[in-house]
Design a protein around this ligand. Structure first.
Ligand code: AMP
Length: 186
């Protein structure tokens, strides 16, 4: 199995790079943001519970994530590997992921951190807002998501760096150039 995590602030291009990575390495792409957006669209109990949290740009509570992940992993018993996009976002979630991976006799092989400065991501997200109309792409919410990322998610980079599996990639440049840099790390 090959299991990867891709990190980056909102607007760093992790969604785009994830699709390319999943295709190249035949990985099942698990985006918790996509899972939540689909639950909200379908007005499920979970969707209704998380909708306002997501619209404010806050994080969904850790307790909910472990079950969601377990369900997502179980759907793919024959997977050759997984690519986690937007998960984990807190140390607690990273520990949950370790234990879920252990249950599968597997582990995380590599963690990729896409680095893009705040000014660039705000510009990119405001452009995306015009095209996709995501409710969490307004300027105030974008700034909140960035500060949540800084506070709650960047400590994870240290966590994975200490395990010796973190690779950093400059997230500014052409899509293909960034993809090549990621592949070299993988
Ligand atoms: P994303 O598409 O990854 O930017 O996720 C969109 C939103 O979904 C985030 O701003 C959070 O509100 C929520 N979300 C997605 N993944 C997680 C996670 N692992 N933990 C907590 N909240 C999450």
């Amino acid at each position: 199995m090959l299991n990867l995590i891709i990190f980056g602030p909102p607007g760093s291009g992790k969604g785009t790079q994830s699709l390319k990575l999943a295709e190249k390495y035949k990985l099942v792409h698990i985006s918790t943001g996509d899972i939540f957006r689909s639950e909200i669209r379908n007005k499920t109990e979970l969707g209704l519970k998380v909708q306002s949290i997501i619209e404010r740009g806050e994080l969904v509570p850790d307790e909910l994530l472990k079950d969601i992940l377990r369900t997502a992993l179980k759907k793919h018993p024959k997977a050759e590997g997984f690519l986690f996009d937007g998960f984990p976002r807190t140390i607690h979630q990273a520990e949950d992921l370790d234990s879920l991976m252990n249950e599968m006799d597997s582990g995380i092989d590599k963690v990729i951190a896409l680095e893009v400065d705040d000014k660039e991501v705000v510009n990119r997200l405001l452009k995306r807002a015009e095209i996709e109309g995501r409710k969490d792409d307004t300027e105030d919410v974008i700034r909140n998501r960035l500060s949540v990322y800084q506070k709650q998610t960047t400590p994870l980079l240290e966590f994975y760096n200490n395990k010796g599996i973190l690779g950093r990639v400059n997230g500014i440049g052409s899509i293909d150039g960034i993809f090549e840099a990621i592949c070299r790390i993988v």
